[in-house]
Ligand binder design. Sequence first.
Ligand code: ATP
Length: 482
Amino acid sequence: MRFAKFVDYLARLEATTKRLEMTAIVAELFKDANEDDIAPIVYITQERLGPAYEPIDFGIGEALAAEALMKATGKGKDEIKKLYKLRGDYGDVAKELLPAEAKKLTVAQVFERLMQIATTSGEGTVATKTDLLADLLKKLSGAEARYVLRIPLGRLRLGIGDPTVMEGLSWSKAGDKSLRPQIERAYNVCSDLGQVARIFKAEGVDALAKIQVKVGNPVRMALAERAKSSEDIVTRLGKCAIEHKFDGFRCQIHKQGDTVRIFSRNLEETTTMFTDIVEGIRKQIQAKTAILEGEALSYDPETGEFHPFQVTMQRKRKYDLENMTVKFPLRLVAFDLLYVDGKDFTGEGYSKRHDKLASIIAPGERVQISQHLVTQDAKEIEKFFMEAITGGLEGIMAKRLDSKYQAGARNFNWIKLKRSYQGHLSDTIDGVVVGFLRGRGQRAKFGIGALLVAVYDQKQDKFGTIAKIGTGFSDEEWVQMR
Ligand code: ATP
């Protein structure tokens, strides 16, 4: 597909905020694309050059963009600056300065060049990136350059999330959303919508079944529903396994020989944060290849006791990591197994996965299995729960004994019971900052006084505001936030 044609779609997407309309445009775009273009198209519409778990830092700021524009257009710095002040967006400046007629580059070619720019490193990087970007801009029309320039600057902002892409793919082939479950399953397993789109386009929906759990490809994590009480758990699950709910960092660990990679709950790579756990995996996991999950927790090497979350959290600091590793070492409490030595375990029941997991962990400091109690007695669960809480834990997790590992799903296969769900809010909720209020009084000097927060209403596909949040931030943080 010519990039010029892709740009027509981007312009249509930019002009709407209606979800259904967006899905229809995306579906038309996917139908129009060929097998070589579709993965780049998926990535670019989501402002990326690959799956989210492999973020690419373009290393292109506004100064570099302005410099490249100067080189591509032959205009002076002042003129570019003046136009930017007027338009507020380098994409719009590019549109104004570059020729109107459409050029010949294809989506795949533009993508390749963007990739080249992003991956340039070493000595003289800035100059090389500027030259490459200028060269690319010269080969584009104003309308094309408008979008290309917005990608590295992170200003495309089309609002196309994973659900819209998945729905669009289904509509592009079936004319309805009926293929979404197969598409979503494949995505949950490989976390790469570009790859899913390519296979779907080239080989059809049935070929998606061949996307399987693979070491190195993070799997979208299984999540838990909540229960009100121990009785509630027994009513839903009957005989089940009860584990402690540890409050630390969820880690999905991929081991391939001595190479160990760790991904967070949001599938960001966190390997460098957990050098002690990496070491422990190498030493204690008795398998060549494996994918396992667990919670990383800070503990006291003297007593073996786990520290509270606030202490574990300190590992997030970017500096002084080495010292932190010594002062507050981490231990992984492993609770699930997805893959080991060529065998996919996601289709096996919880009990089988847990037993196998226990069998591949050698004794040692860094990794331990999450102990469980198998019962159908609500009183026994209550006792386990009370002990957990008295011991300073967050609560318990109940797991359905025969449940598969359901990638990306939140359901009652896993149920969390925390200190108190009765009546008041003791759990965290996911909020989205949708605005802010200008500060008054003390906060006037920051220009910001509170954040306006919303929650997503899936049924209506809308964000409903629920609260203003004005506490918990330091002066520096307010300034930063503004
Ligand atoms: P929460 O704030 O309760 O952690 P969440 O939305 O981040 O909510 P949930 O699905 O609600 O995630 O709870 C599951 C989380 O609990 C997992 O992501 C994991 O980090 C943590 N956890 C702690 N102990 C366990 C355990 N034994 N088994 C599974 N998950 C556990």
